[in-house]
Design a protein around this ligand. Structure first.
Ligand code: HEM
Length: 404
């Protein structure tokens, strides 16, 4: 037996839903803030209401799927896969003290001050990429904004933050993408996992040698400071834990911010009047309107009630950030892009203990990139239809032709 929400989710996870998930979210909103599922894979409920999603993300009864959960659900075989072992050892998939240990280590070095210090580097990287975009526009008459700008910016920024040489990024990107291919809900074939495992092994070795190098010759970068903090003995975090967390941090920063930049550019191309909007509000409204991460998962450690719906123990819930950001109970005319709306505060960076570690950095990238782009390319326009990223969970574009 399936529920009404199962039917809507079937549409959502189809081509039509990839194109426009928002009409399915609107249907789910009509069913209520939380809907039980009976026939959709491993999930017992879908949470679409803003308040309900915020509650689930902050409620300690709801946890991320950690190693104990994965053991219980599917046995210990996942441990043989380097990718799954790395993910489950990272903060993103840890609960309780292991999670807080890793967060504390990163919080000690990845501070608001460090983000502010990085801003001139971000502006310089934006300038460099705009030169490349200008060259491509001059030689070909048009350019792919995603390839020339939106994809390379976030990885260059996180590389500058961590201390990964920019020259190594060309080697890095395909490996990170192989991991990312596996993380999409629809793409879990054995071949995809094997490729992601191989990429994980290579990236772990890379990080291992970079950490060793920074120990002997420290620099003013995050990897040097993280290694130093571990050596000071104040954190119960090993080098292996550090490598797992660095891999997840790099991936989390790269695959998400691309879409903040791409989705924002698409909105600016579609409606040039938006170019006059306040930049901070514009970035916040882009995050609300087109959340780069559309959903996250949690399981109920014990029976838990959310917005009047009882979630049974050990069951997974799908927390739809993209839907919560368009909850009509929270936002007036949620389907309208309005950079002037008050109190935007989208759930795009999550909430609670796993709230995005890089939110300030991602916001800074948007805040710096859009005005620089508009100043340098005042007549930038769409030069054809953009192609969507085929992943449901990361909402954005694969390519976006532009011209001047
Ligand atoms: C627009 C860009 C970004 C978006 C939309 C985004 C979104 C998110 C979301 C929704 C979560 C919570 C996951 C959950 O609750 O299960 C998260 C966690 C995380 N993000 Fe981001 N992120 C972005 C950029 C970044 C950047 C730039 C970095 C690093 C520099 C980063 C690093 C992380 C890390 C390490 C976590 C895990 C935190 C934890 O589990 O405690 N993210 N992000």
């Amino acid at each position: 037996m399936t529920t009404a929400a199962d039917q809507v989710l079937k549409g959502l996870f189809s081509e039509a839903g990839l194109d426009d998930p928002y009409r399915y979210y609107a249907e789910l909103h009509r069913l209520g803030p939380v809907s039980l599922l009976a026939g959709t894979g491993s999930y017992a409920a879908v949470v679409t209401g803003y308040e309900a999603a915020d509650q689930v993300l902050r409620d300690p009864r709801f946890r991320v799927t950690d190693d104990a959960y994965t053991d219980e659900r599917s046995g210990p075989a996942w441990r043989d896969h380097p990718l799954l072992a790395v993910l489950n050892n990272s903060m993103m998939y840890s609960n309780g003290s292991r999670h807080s240990q890793a967060r504390r280590l990163f919080h000690q070095v990845f501070t608001p001050r460090r983000v502010a210090q990085l801003e001139p580097d971000v502006s310089r990287l934006v300038d460099g990429l705009m030169d490349g975009l200008a060259d491509r526009l001059a030689t070909d008459g048009q350019a792919d904004f995603m390839t020339e700008f939106a994809y390379p910016l976030p990885s260059s920024v996180v590389a500058a933050l961590l201390g990964i040489p920019q020259a190594d990024l060309a080697w890095f990107r395909p490996r990170v993408e192989r991991i990312n291919d596996f993380l999409d809900v629809t793409g879990k074939s054995d071949e995809i996992l094997a490729a992601a495992d191989q990429a994980t092994v290579e990236l772990s070795e890379y990080y291992g040698s970079l950490i060793a190098e920074r120990r002997t010759k420290p620099r003013d970068d995050l990897i040097s400071q993280l290694a130093e903090a571990i050596d000071a003995g104040e954190h119960d975090v090993s080098d292996h834990d550090l490598i797992c967390n660095l891999m997840v941090l790099f991936n989390a920063s790269f695959v998400t911010t691309i879409h903040l930049i791409g989705n924002g550019m698409r909105l600016l191309l579609d409606d040039p009047a938006l170019r006059r909007a306040d930049t901070d509000n514009f970035v916040e409204e882009v995050l609300r309107y087109e959340a780069p991460v559309q959903f996250v998962a949690r399981f109920a450690a014990e029976e838990a009630e959310v917005a009047g719906t009882v979630i049974p123990p050990k069951q997974l819930v799908l927390v739809m950030l993209g839907a919560a950001n368009r909850d009509p109970r929270r936002y007036e005319e949620p389907q309208v892009f309005d950079a002037g709306r008050p109190e935007i505060r989208p759930l795009s960076f999550g909430a609670g203990p796993h709230f995005c570690l890089g939110a300030a950095l991602a916001r800074a990238e948007g805040r710096l990139a859009f005005p620089q782009l508009l100043e340098r390319f005042p007549s930038l326009r769409a030069a054809g239809d953009p192609v969507r990223n085929p992943q449901q969970f990361l909402r954005g574009y694969k390519s976006m032709p532009v011209a001047t």
